[in-house]
Design a protein around this ligand. Structure first.
Ligand SMILES: Nc1ncnc2c1ncn2[C@@H]1O[C@H](COP(=O)(O)OP(=O)(O)O)[C@@H](O)[C@H]1O
Ligand SMILES: [Mg+2]
Length: 491
């Protein structure tokens, strides 16, 4: 509902005041009366009104003077002059001085109400306009405040921020970016991104994000090595209002400390595994000496205990080897040495190594070679692959199982298959078994010691050879791992 319009009637004649009050109140106006100019002005000092009805001829202070004062102090309040026929010239004069209108006594009711209505409307419009203006000013202020707040936040961030436009020019950056990239000179913006970013991978990522080909690519994350520090850069597209890519936003984070910690962890694991390997290998060897009867005859019970002990030692050694391999891969010391390799011999060596162990748990190892020739491989790494796959096949098969290694050379491929008649892997687990530390949680395999690293190491080695590994399995029946390695075409 609109606010009630408040009218101040200033007249020395009580009849007029009362008359005005009655008519205006009947027409839903709020009415205040003053007997003279002074009273009116002192009321206005205290409270605002919307319209003033002002008599010209009054004692103490005549209407003209009151008009001058109100117009000076309250120029927004419309003043309607009440005038008799005698003072009509003065009323016209008052109009020139800013009065809104005048009405003559005796009042004609329609005329009177219409004039008051028009003055009220003018007042209401003016108030509305002023309100809009104030809102506008406030909005502008808020906007400026928001902008400067955003700027402050970006400038205070510990992460570096860099925004590029369609032309691969930097249009926004923060002090953290300068610090992380070790830039000390002032940078004009916009400036070509190649001016400060030297890392080819990051430049390629920014280009990719912008190019049509990669549309839909959400973000590219990569590590950048500087002289002293290592940074993580996450770059994402910046979209315009029509959802087209208008540039890129990159956030840089210093991960040097994290990397250092990670390297320390790998070193620590490596060191512990190393320290454990020699004494455990020694214990295993002594165990074997006992089992072979070289330190005197054994009872059946003693043989059984020693065999069980050796099984556990073998599993422990597997774990240690996994940890050593992993640490090697993580510290990126792993180098591949490809040489002419007799793959058949490699497989046979691993089988010989594991034969005793397989026999101990009642598993027979078989092999089938077809059309094998020497191939270009890293013999040590491929031996690890076969060792891991065979160890798994033995570990995850019940007594009486058969493990078969098949190898053959196809056109430009070497195929190695390791099959077992073991517990199998549920289909839902297959996508996860190559993950680091992942082990299937099954009651049947719980007693097998392991790190969950073996297959992730296997996958890493095969991928480094540009090969693939696939697995097929039927729970309760058995599993087959199939490795394909590309062979260089011989002339
Ligand atoms: N031949 C297999 N038969 C059944 N399950 C297997 C076989 N090979 C691997 N798995 C499953 O995959 C998991 C991951 O294997 P791996 O990475 O070698 O780790 P680990 O042997 O140390 O547990 C194993 O825990 C096991 O559940
Ligand atoms: Mg394993």
């Amino acid at each position: 509902m609109d606010k009630q319009i408040r009218i101040l009637v200033v007249d020395d004649e009580k009849v007029i005041r009362d008359g005005c009050r009655r008519i205006l109140t009947d027409n839903k106006y709020e009415v205040i009366c003053a007997e003279n100019g002074e009273e009116a002005l002192s009321f206005l000092e205290k409270e605002p009104v919307d319209v003033i009805l002002l008599d010209l001829k009054m004692p103490v202070m005549n209407g003209e003077e009151v008009l001058e004062q109100t117009y000076r102090l309250y120029p927004d309040i419309p003043v309607i002059i009440i005038t008799g026929h005698v003072t009509i010239d003065t009323a016209v004069e008052c109009m020139k001085k800013g009065a809104f209108s005048f009405i003559t006594k005796p009042f004609q009711m329609d005329q009177f109400l219409l004039t008051v209505k028009r003055a009220s409307e003018k007042r209401a419009l003016e108030l509305k306009a002023r309100q809009y203006e104030e809102e506008n000013v406030r909005n502008l202020y808020d906007l400026t405040l928001e902008k400067s707040r955003l700027k402050t936040i970006i400038n205070c961030m510990a992460n570096g921020v860099m925004v590029t436009n369609r032309n691969m020019e930097i249009v926004l950056y923060n002090p953290a970016l300068m610090r992380l990239l070790e830039i000390t000179d002032h940078m004009d913006s916009p400036m070509p991104v190649t001016g400060i970013i030297k890392d080819v991978n990051l430049l390629r990522a920014l280009n990719d994000i912008q190019s049509e080909a990669s549309s839909g690519k959400k973000a590219i994350s990569q590590e950048i090595e500087l002289k002293k520090n290592i940074l993580r850069a996450i770059s994402a597209p910046a979209y315009g209002p029509d959802s087209s890519i208008v540039g890129t936003v990159t956030v840089l984070e210093d991960i040097t400390a994290f990397k250092r910690l990670d390297a320390m962890k790998s070193d620590f694991v490596n060191m512990v595994a190393h320290e454990l390997r020699s004494p455990i290998s020694a214990i295993r060897q002594q165990n074997s000496v006992l089992l072979e009867g070289l330190a005197g005859p054994l009872t059946e019970k003693q043989t059984e205990f020693l065999k069980r002990g050796r099984e556990k030692l073998d599993q422990l050694l597997d774990m240690i080897n996994d940890l050593l391999d992993m640490a090697k891969i993580e510290s990126e010391k792993q180098e591949h040495h490809h040489t002419e390799t007799d793959i058949g011999k490699i497989i046979l060596d691993v089988i010989t190594l594991l034969e005793q162990r397989a026999e101990a748990v009642g598993i027979s190892l078989k092999h089938e070679f077809t059309n094998l020739k020497t191939v270009q491989l890293d013999p040590e790494r491929i031996s690890e692959v076969i060792n891991n796959l065979l160890t798994n096949a033995i570990n995850y098969s019940p007594e009486g199982g058969v493990v078969t290694v098949k190898a053959r050379c196809l056109n430009h491929l070497l195929e190695i298959m390791v099959s077992d008649t073991g517990v199998g892997i549920p289909a839902s687990e297959i996508p996860k078994i190559f993950d680091k530390f992942y082990r299937v949680k099954e009651p049947k395999t719980r007693k097998v010691m392991g790190t969950g690293l073996g297959l992730s190491i296997v996958k890493g080695i095969i991928e480094a050879h540009n090969g693939t590994i696939k697995v097929e399995s039927t729970p309760g029946k058995g599993t087959t791992f199939r490795v394909l390695l590309p062979l260089p075409a011989f002339p």
